[in-house]
Write a protein that binds this ligand. Sequence first.
Ligand SMILES: Nc1ncnc2c1ncn2[C@@H]1O[C@H](COP(=O)(O)OP(=O)(O)OP(=O)(O)O)[C@@H](O)[C@H]1O
Length: 262
Amino acid sequence: MIKIDNLTYRYQADAPKALDDISLSFKTGDWVSIIGHNGSGKSTLVKLMMGILEGYSGEISVDGEVLTPDNLQRFRERFAIVFQNPDNQFVGATVEDDVAFGLENQGLPREVMLERTEAALEAVNMLAYRRHAPARLSGGQKQRVAIAGALAMEPAVLILDEATSMLDPEGRSDMLAILNDIHKTRTTTLIYITHDLGEIEDSDYAVIMKDGKVISEGTIEHIFSDTDTLIESRLVLPYQMQISRALLDGGYVTHDELVARL
Ligand SMILES: Nc1ncnc2c1ncn2[C@@H]1O[C@H](COP(=O)(O)OP(=O)(O)OP(=O)(O)O)[C@@H](O)[C@H]1O
């Protein structure tokens, strides 16, 4: 379990709070989505969780171990992160070299490295591309390889920081399908950062952030039933929700009729 208690952070002493007294807990193995506009504090939250930023107040713990300056290195090893731009994440000449890169520093036997690399490429449907040059892949394929590189490290927590934001709709839905498979077959906790409420449907839990605060959290059913908070978040509502709101607001149907027809 990841537990965050009363976390507050400012980038500079005189800057406004980037995070303002946040308390959250995520169950091991859950797929958690963190949603919010630009500047709402999503990336700051995960950077703190991973022990990348210092100088916060509050407490961060994973599986009961509290993050302190003494265990920083071990703490970081529990996490892997995939960012939005796949082009900035490659170091290997081939897909498999790239996926194996992170493992090389761990002093693992060659067979274990190979096994993990293959399993990770298989998990993202990219084993057939193992000998390809990463630079020649499509954006969606590059992101899948980046996820394989992270998975090969067998992190307890995989963070995807707007990892689909540069992909076309097809690339996004492929990516979500792959994450769904990973979620079903591995115990890795997934933390999925996005601006898009349309991408959170498969999550177990979601957190909506605004101005450094959590304004809503809970199951997807809870998030979507809390329409006032969704509107306050200024996020674009999924298309189906926009239609049902227009029908209800226009007085064309009652809530019960809408539910019955749907
Ligand atoms: N390196 C930094 N130095 C100073 N302020 C920063 C820095 N990074 C972020 N901030 C500020 O902290 C606040 C939260 O930013 P953060 O990047 O966590 O938001 P976000 O929700 O991840 O945004 P985005 O969706 O644009 O990535 C914002 O006000 C931002 O301007």
